[in-house]
Design a protein around this ligand. Structure first.
Ligand code: EPU
Length: 293
């Protein structure tokens, strides 16, 4: 069998440590395995969702009426230097492993991702960013499986990405090729350390969270607005607005998805009432209900 199927609770696979069990969980180890898993879902008319590192995600509890395809190492995690300044990477590779590879190979450009959780596929699918830089700017092409089950290559010019968003139209990323900048490995290492330190200073890295809850509205930090509303430390059950950074919700123990969702609505309402700004969710929410394709 080219992929593994078993029962899992997404609580174990998300950085929030919240989430129920999908009707089908598949962990493909190869592109052929991924193609087979998607074909099976199509044949069974079963909707599916792709899980990477589980780091930007809020999943409801209970039985989830869709298949979850886990694109994560081991499997789909190859790294190969394709030219002096390019590297081709499997979507399941954890971002941290890509950064270590790039540092050792003397390939600069991705240092801003230091200490970002998640996989390469997840980073590209959500156009992850920090310090004014975005992952998709560095991607020269993507290899994907289309919703019809065909392998396709998307060149940079055809990747539709914007702030924290990439339009994949149902395609699943299997590989990304990055165009990088050959540089002294020591300098790359120093920059990575600096970015990681800055991230750890600002964000509650050691706690259970899903990263920034809301996107930043144009020209302003959602965290600053939420902080000015006095929301740090506000709790619903075990879900709490981080006392370190107000755009993070942390799971202090056994938070339920419903606790997090209630807190999200309180945070949104507070910023709406105080500033007239409607915050947009950055964290993705996977509900436990029918018609979720
Ligand atoms: N601030 C407060 N109180 C808070 C949080 C922030 O006053 O509770 C202030 C800070 O002091 C600073 C300003 O707001 O003056 C901006 O804060 P920060 O540097 O933490 O950046 P951010 O705008 O909150 C963004 C991204 C982060 C990214 C950092 C670093 C979004 C939604 N957030 O955060 O990305 O890591 O910049 O570049 O775009 C994510 O996408 O999950 C994420 C965390």
């Amino acid at each position: 069998m080219p992929y593994m199927r078993k029962t899992v609770h997404l609580q174990q696979l998300t950085t929030f440590h919240i989430g129920g069990a999908p009707v089908r969980y598949v962990h493909p180890r190869t592109e052929a395995g991924l193609l087979a898993a998607l074909a099976e879902c199509r044949r069974a008319s079963l909707p599916w969702r792709v899980l990477g590192g589980g780091s930007n995600l809020l999943v409801d509890e209970g039985r989830l009426p869709y298949a979850v395809i886990h694109v994560h190492a081991p499997g789909l995690d190859t790294v190969e230097r394709t030219s002096e300044a390019s590297v081709r990477v499997g979507a399941g590779l954890p971002s941290g492993r890509l950064l270590t590879y790039c540092r050792d190979a003397g390939l600069g450009g991705l240092e801003f991702m230091a200490a970002l959780p998640g996989t390469v596929g997840g980073a590209v699918a959500g156009n992850a960013g920090a310090w004014g830089k975005e992952v998709c700017n560095m991607v020269s092409r993507l290899r994907v499986i289309t919703p019809e089950g065909k392998v396709a290559v998307i060149p940079h010019a055809e990747i539709e990405y914007s702030y924290r968003q990439t339009k994949l139209r149902g395609a699943v990323i299997t590989e990304a090729e990055f165009h990088l900048d050959p540089r002294d490995p020591r300098l790359i290492g120093l920059q990575m350390t600096e970015y990681a330190r800055a991230r750890c200073e600002r964000h509650p890295m050691s706690e259970r969270s899903a990263g920034c809850v809301f996107k930043n509205p144009p020209g302003v930090s959602a965290g600053k607005l939420l902080d000015e509303c006095g929301l740090k430390g506000l709790k619903m059950g075990d879900a709490e607005v981080s006392v370190h950074h107000a755009n993070f919700i942390v799971n202090r123990g056994k938070a339920a998805a419903a606790d997090v969702l209630r807190l999200i609505e309180v945070m949104r309402a507070a910023v709406r009432n105080a500033f007239g700004i409607e915050l947009e969710l950055e964290v993705r929410h996977w509900p436990a209900r029918a018609n979720v394709a």
